[in-house]
Write a protein that binds this ligand. Structure first.
Ligand SMILES: Cc1ncc(COP(=O)(O)O)c(C=O)c1O
Length: 463
């Protein structure tokens, strides 16, 4: 590869000169330079300085099967030779999206049998919003178009996906959000549970905020509720077990469609193919991306339930929506083989029955009592570690986010890639991790916490 002719400094200089990164303070980036990742194998990524880093984030919550699967490269190359591109507009199609749609439908809950392809989770959520509003319009209820979402939701970064999401910092840069989207409370017990309130009661209270919003708007004006089964980028916010059944009851009662965003949860991360199955949720749309190709190709799939799909077919009329790369033959070929690998290697069962419980248990035992840790929670291969200054009061470090940022920096220095979301540390490892990888991760997390503790105490003047 030609990049090997360049030093890290040369690459960083060119990067700073010409490459605008996503979700980045460009002033900071100029001053500090970027980390250049040049290779990956199995559970590890390698940077241009030769560091071998255990990737506890699976890239960006997506490399579910881990790195270095040659057969995916072979499948992509074969497909490029056979048919690199053709569109699926104008009543055309190609074989791989047909086979992949059929495969996804076979894995999805029983009532979900149609798939609309895009290239990213954001695009798929744009499709979801469009299709849900289109559904009500052709059902003769165009006024039923309000979508209820939640604070701290992340649904992507296009204008529609940002509007659906509940990230206030993103909203503040959004002059001209998509109208008729409302946000209610996030179901995070650690953050919002009240003194003496059980988790169960909190889950019902959080669900009631959805019912209150529906009643305030008038059920005849509300199209759908959208939610990630577990809010990922918001800080791995796992709702109490009482939450989703109550949301389901409320949606059914007022005839509100239920849109699940499983861009992170889908394809095995929760120990089933979809969190809808782990949590027994009956949805009308499920947004998926990331783990569909394990990030080896950009691809998303909006899975559409029979209720909406049947109406589209029965009522007819063109749905004016689609992307040049909807059903891209190469991406779909890679997606198909990726799902085969997940299945063949028994990765989902392993996460559900062995490595998922082992990861959470090992972390809770190793760091549950650490002075910086307010809570360790997890579900499948999603983990959150709350970083606090005071375990009793849950007080955070000042300035906000500085606690988790310190832990994150020490984690990377200890060769484990983790992410900090506000004051929460996140892990979302490849499903291919073994118990050995987990043991290695736990050791490195301990080292990161200890390093950050020393640093934070010194800043606080307590050392
Ligand atoms: C739940 C969820 N939805 C949507 C998206 C957006 O996906 P993309 O970045 O592929 O547009 C993400 C990305 O992290 C996500 O976590």
């Amino acid at each position: 590869m030609t990049f090997q002719n360049f030093s890290t400094q040369q690459l960083q200089k060119m990067d700073a000169g010409h490459h605008l990164h996503p979700f980045t303070d460009h002033k900071d980036l100029r001053e500090e330079g970027s980390r250049v990742i040049t290779g990956a194998k199995g559970a590890f990524v390698y940077d241009s300085d030769g560091n071998e880093i255990l990737d506890a984030m699976a890239g960006l919550w997506c490399v579910n099967i881990g790195y270095g699967w040659d057969e995916l490269a072979d499948v992509a190359a074969d497909q490029m030779r056979e048919l690199p591109y053709y569109n699926s507009f104008f009543r055309c199609t190609t074989p791989t999206p047909i086979l992949l749609a059929e495969k996804i439908a076979s894995l999805a809950p029983d009532n979900m049998n149609q798939v609309f392809f895009g290239s990213s989770g954001s695009e798929a959520n744009d499709t979801a919003l469009r299709i849900v509003r289109h559904y009500w319009a052709i059902e003769g209820k165009p006024e039923k178009n309000i979508i209820i979402s939640r604070e701290w939701a992340y649904h992507g970064s296009t204008i529609a996906a940002t509007s659906l999401g509940g990230m206030s910092a993103m909203h503040s840069q959004l002059n001209g959000a998509v109208p008729n989207i409302q946000h209610v409370m996030s179901p995070c017990y650690f953050e919002s549970g009240e003194d003496g309130e059980s988790e169960h009661a909190f889950g019902l209270r959080a669900a009631k905020s959805v019912e209150d919003a529906i009643l305030a708007a008038g059920p005849e004006n509300v199209a759908a509720f959208i939610g990630e089964p577990i809010q990922g980028a918001g800080g791995v916010r796992i709702p109490p077990a009482s939450y989703w059944p109550e949301i389901q009851r409320i949606c059914d009662k007022y005839d509100i469609l239920l849109m699940l965003d499983e861009v992170i949860c889908g394809y095995g991360r929760t120990g089933e193919w979809f969190a809808a199955q782990s949590m027994d949720i009956k949805a009308d749309t499920i947004t998926t991306a990331k783990g569909l190709t394990s990030g080896y190709q950009p691809l998303s799939a909006l899975i559409v339930g029979d209720r909406i799909a049947n109406t589209l077919v029965e009522k007819g009329g063109e749905f004016y929506h689609g992307y040049t790369y909807s059903g891209h033959p190469v991406a779909c070929a890679v997606g198909l083989r990726n799902l085969e690998i997940i299945e063949r290697e028994g990765m989902i069962e392993r996460v559900r029955d062995d490595t998922g419980p082992y990861l959470l248990d090992s972390l809770q035992k190793a760091i549950g009592d650490h002075p910086l840790v307010g809570e360790v929670r997890g579900f499948g291969f999603l983990i959150a570690i709350e970083i606090v200054k005071d375990r009793q009061t849950k007080e955070r470090f000042e300035p906000a986010t500085s606690g988790a940022a310190a832990v994150r920096d020490h984690a990377i220095a200890n060769n484990i890639m983790m992410r900090a979301v506000m004051d929460t540390m996140i892990m979302s490892p490849p499903l291919s991790w073994t118990r050995d990888h987990i043991d290695m991760a736990v050791e490195r997390v301990i080292a990161a916490l200890n390093g950050a503790y020393k640093q934070l105490l010194a800043v606080d003047g307590q050392e």
